[in-house]
Design a protein around this ligand. Structure first.
Ligand code: SF4
Length: 337
């Protein structure tokens, strides 16, 4: 299926069931050709909900009066070990732009990354927001495998409305610099935040242009106390179509099927649209929060490897092994994207 910008817009807007089903079927075919029936699993540790920014869509924006936490290094390591033992293939360390880490040049976070890699043997992804070149270099030197940083939209006007007082180019530079330093990068967009189909098509092209090895889309979910509290969450069909389009455009890409938006109940549809990484697996009853939904299925134990595996098996799919994941990201690192 050749995907020009015009064709992408047509597919994003179509309501024709047959055309939509053909899109998903093609996405699954492409995934199978590239990955067989294997799916990857990521553990998620959202270790600080403090943030200096005020993004209009976010629950953790600095002006929202909410309870916040910052986990200790010991807690983060213990959670990562628990996730590793449960069978995840990567530890995704996520934080808000917490100034206390910036002030100490991320020494604590760097030491946590080294300890996690040493004790679990798993690859690590860091999502620290925008940090300096020097800090990115230090992450790369500590052996961090992935740097995740989402533009959310590649329409600069919309970006300015979503990420108040933040610089589009600075954000883009950080991920390109991380790639230059040898890290794999993840780019992401959010659906339902005021974009149109042309904007989405442009984002999809940008993800390829910058050489992102992992590309994600998440539906906007309104957050209590934020300026976008009363904006409606979009129809999930849009997110599913974007996943399928990303799969066809970038067959090799890792594409998350995040549990953060609709919990475990949303996994099947995202996998059927062509996703191949179950993200945001969280150890139950640990007092951790999610990003898109601060409490969705977090504490009831349903965002686990065991629950995800049940669903994957019912779809004729299988969790990959940690070795298969490491081999694959090794290949991605050698690839010149
Ligand atoms: S989206 Fe990230 S950077 Fe923006 S306010 Fe939320 S935690 Fe902070």
């Amino acid at each position: 299926m050749e995907l020009t910008k015009e064709k992408i817009v047509e597919l994003l807007e179509t309501k024709d069931d047959k055309q939509i089903e053909a899109l998903f079927a093609e996405a699954r075919r492409v995934r199978e050709q590239q990955f067989g029936n294997k799916i990857f699993l990521y553990g998620f540790v959202y270790f600080s909900t403090w943030c200096r920014n005020d993004c209009t869509f976010c629950y953790y924006r600095k002006s929202n009066q909410i309870e916040r936490y910052r986990k200790t290094p010991e807690e983060i390591l213990r959670l990562s070990q628990e996730l590793a033992e449960s069978g995840v293939h990567l530890i995704d360390l996520t934080m808000g732009e917490d100034l206390s880490y910036h002030e100490e040049d991320f020494e604590t976070v760097l030491s946590i990354i080294r300890s996690i890699k040493e004790t679990t043997g798993l690859p690590v992804m860091i999502s620290p927001g925008v940090v300096s070149d020097q800090q990115i270099k230090a992450f790369a030197e500590a052996g961090t495998d992935w740097y995740a940083l989402y533009q959310e939209t590649h329409n600069r006007d919309l970006f300015a409305k979503l990420r108040l007082d933040q610089d589009y180019d600075e954000r883009m530079h950080a991920k390109l610099y991380a790639k230059e330093q040898g890290m794999l990068i993840e780019e992401g967009l959010m659906s339902g935040v005021g974009e149109n189909s042309e904007d989405i098509a442009h984002s999809l092209m940008e993800m390829g242009r910058i050489g992102a090895s992992q590309v994600r889309v998440m539906s906007f979910v309104p957050q209590a106390g934020s300026p976008m509290e009363h904006v409606k969450t979009p129809d999930r069909m849009l997110e599913m179509k974007i996943i399928a389009l990303m799969r066809i455009l970038y067959p090799w890409a890792l594409i998350p099927t995040s549990l953060d938006v609709d919990g475990i109940a949303g996994l099947e549809a995202r996998v059927n649209a062509g996703g191949n990484v179950v993200t945001s697996i969280i150890p139950p009853r640990t007092g951790l929060a999610g990003v898109a939904q601060n409490s969705m299925d977090v504490d009831d134990g349903s965002r686990t490897v065991a629950e995800a595996e049940k669903i994957l098996e019912s779809l004729g799919l299988q969790a990959a092994t940690a070795e298969e994941y490491q081999k694959y990201i090794g290949e991605l690192k050698c690839r010149k994207l």
